[in-house]
Design a protein around this ligand. Structure first.
Ligand SMILES: CC(C)=CCC/C(C)=C/COP(=O)(O)O
Length: 297
């Protein structure tokens, strides 16, 4: 349920609702407006104010950018308010509520347009005939290095081979992290259902059905999460630590160069993988916890 919202009594926006909260009407004081109650119809604003609202170029431009259906709905409701107030237009409150989402959607579609344009330009290894097509085999090697299958097999093998309790604990948690990553990425891909770029050739090995969708990049989430995992749990010399970070960035970049993903898929994937590691830490399986789980059986 929305919480009451303070409105400034006497200001232009709240002029029609200052009586809703039941407060005093003196200027300079804050009142509370219930969002669940319809404000009573305000008296008609003076004609000079009406003229300014109708001719404001910003308002006119933003209203023009709304979808036709929204414009139809908008004009229907404003017609209704016109008739109920005997010819006076009542726009301010309604317009404020409609304009903000349209500004957000304009910003979003601009971002998506830039994303598509940039991703298409960067997809230079998307096929053999592309400008950097000769680098495609190398990029596919990078792809394999971030694929789920080698990571799952590698972690399971290290778990099997490890003879120290600490090593087994780390490898078991890495396995758990990899499975968690597959599940979370699968859920987001299935919900968002963003198509892969048109220039992508779907020639990846071992994919799930959700992998026909591109948001977020599963390779990017895995690379960011595994890089953080390795840096936190392996004692590595400084050059190797830099190499691990570089690998994660290159895996992300290769997704766009190969034409598998748009830039935003990879950017979000890297961020998601980075955050996923926090979840892995929170769910960390300790030997004591494992003993309890075995003891319960
Ligand atoms: C079959 C297994 C265990 C994992 C699939 C890994 C995979 C192919 C993910 C897709 O990655 P992108 O979303 O980056 O293309």
């Amino acid at each position: 349920m929305p919480s009451p919202k303070p409105v400034r009594a006497g200001s232009a926006r709240s002029s029609g609702v200052s009586g809703v909260g039941g407060g005093s009407g003196s200027s300079g004081r804050y009142e509370f407006m219930s969002l669940t109650r319809t404000p009573p119809l305000s008296p008609s604003p003076p004609p000079h104010l009406l003229q300014r609202q109708g001719s404001d170029p910003t308002t006119a431009r933003l209203r023009a950018s709304e979808s036709p259906s929204r414009r139809r709905r908008g004009s229907a409701s404003s017609n209704a308010s016109t008739s109920s107030t005997g010819g006076a237009l009542q726009l301010p409150e309604e317009d404020c509520m409609h304009l903000n989402p349209s500004i957000i959607s304009v910003a979003l579609s601009s971002l998506l347009a830039v994303d598509l344009w940039l991703s298409k330009r960067l997809g230079v290894c998307a096929y053999e005939e592309a400008s950097w097509g000769s680098a495609r085999p190398l990029m596919k090697l990078v792809e394999v290095s971030g694929h789920g299958i080698p990571w799952l097999i590698g972690a399971a093998y290290c778990l099997y081979k490890s003879d120290s309790a600490a090593g087994q604990e780390v490898m078991l948690n890495l396995l758990m992290a990899l499975v968690l990553d597959l599940v979370l990425v699968g859920i987001v891909k299935a919900v968002v259902r963003r198509r892969r770029p048109a220039h992508n050739r779907m020639d990846m090995f071992a994919t799930f059905s959700v992998d026909r969708y591109s948001f977020p990049s599963g390779h990017a989430t895995r690379a960011a999460m595994c890089a953080r995992f390795l840096l936190a749990h392996l004692v590595l010399a400084a050059p190797l630590r830099v190499l691990v970070m570089l690998w994660a960035v290159i895996v992300g970049l290769s997704r766009v160069l190969l034409g598998r993903h748009n830039v935003t898929d990879v950017a979000f994937g890297l961020l998601m993988g980075y955050c996923q590691y926090n979840l892995v830490e929170a769910l960390w399986l300790s030997p004591a916890m494992l003993q309890n789980m075995v003891g319960l059986e």
